[in-house]
Design a protein around this ligand. Structure first.
Ligand code: SF4
Ligand code: SF4
Length: 293
């Protein structure tokens, strides 16, 4: 079994994962008051729980006229794709395996070490909270790893201070909650990248990593939808939905004062397809009001 474990670790590295941890598939997992999930209900006969981590880095601002993609989502797509591939790999070695998407990922990750910070994110002992988590169950009895020690949350309040919408500890106000559809008006001015927000994480002393160049797209390509095929490759088809992308690009155009987007925004508003049309109307009114003395 140790040889198979080493093969799985090597495969995980080849798939671009940053860490893979093995623990026993016993008991229940629950997080943030959610209903406990019994591991044996998810996969009867499971012996091991495997937790996969894909780390990412903060990114620099996008060039003018471009919108950066939140670095979380390419990493999340990578982790998801790797989890599926590892499930297939285990099955090809004649063991049962399940990509356990119904498990509370943070609770699973906590079994391997780490902590939950005051910003609500799981902190990996080495990668901070900038990690995406996936879980597998298998009937292979892999030797469990020792939980890895890390530092606890400093309760320093930097995450709460950095959040533009006062959402730390009040999850309903979090921009991430609303980016799939119509963003409530008080939060629209906070949209600074495509598909996500990492402000509370990048302010944290445990996430002090050198920022990388972002993956970004011209606003016209996002507003017209021509960037969609590339985005689907990057973040997966479930995240890269046409109206979601257009809707967020409309808010960003307004937030960066990008008046070159006025023709595309007018077309979007006339389409009547919400949430993009409602966001375009909001963006047009903001951009035009900047002309008013
Ligand atoms: S910024 Fe401070 S309070 Fe917030 S999660 Fe990080 S260490 Fe904890
Ligand atoms: S993800 Fe953004 S909106 Fe949500 S709590 Fe963090 S900083 Fe606030």
């Amino acid at each position: 079994m140790e040889e198979l474990k080493q093969q799985v670790i090597r495969k995980a590295q080849m798939l671009g994962l940053s860490d893979i941890r093995f623990t026993v598939a016993e008991g229940t997992l629950s997080h943030a008051g959610g209903k406990p999930v019994a591991l044996q209900d998810v996969m009867p006969g499971a012996r091991s729980l495997i937790v996969l981590f894909a780390a990412y880095r903060p990114v620099k601002p996008a060039p003018p006229g471009h919108m950066a993609v939140s670095p979380y989502y390419p990493a999340s797509h990578r982790a998801y794709t790797a989890a599926r591939a590892l499930t297939g790999f285990l099955r090809s070695r004649s063991v049962q395996a399940l990509h356990a998407t119904s498990l509370p990922a943070k609770a699973a990750a906590l079994r391997t070490g780490g902590v939950i910070g005051d910003n609500g994110f799981f902190f990996h002992p080495r990668f901070g909270s900038l990690v995406c988590i996936q879980t597998l169950l298998t009937d292979a009895p892999f030797s469990p790893d020792e939980p890895e020690r890390g530092c606890g949350c400093l309760h320093c309040g930097r995450c709460a201070k950095a959040c533009p919408s006062g959402a730390v500890g009040k999850i309903d106000r979090c921009l991430r909650r609303h980016l799939s559809g119509l963003v409530p008006e008080p939060l629209r001015g906070d949209v600074y990248q495509l598909l996500g927000c990492e402000k509370c994480q990048t302010a944290c002393p445990y996430n002090r990593f050198e920022p990388e160049e972002p993956v970004s797209f011209p606003l016209e390509a996002l507003l017209s939808g021509s960037a969609l095929p590339q985005l689907k490759q990057l973040v997966g088809p479930n995240m890269a939905r046409l109206m979601r992308v257009k809707a967020q690009a409309a808010l960003y155009a307004a937030n960066t004062g990008y008046k070159e987007s006025l023709p595309e925004l007018s077309k979007l508003m006339s389409s009547g397809a919400d949430p993009a049309a409602a966001h375009a109307a909001w963006a047009l009114s903001r951009l035009k009001s900047e002309d008013t003395p």
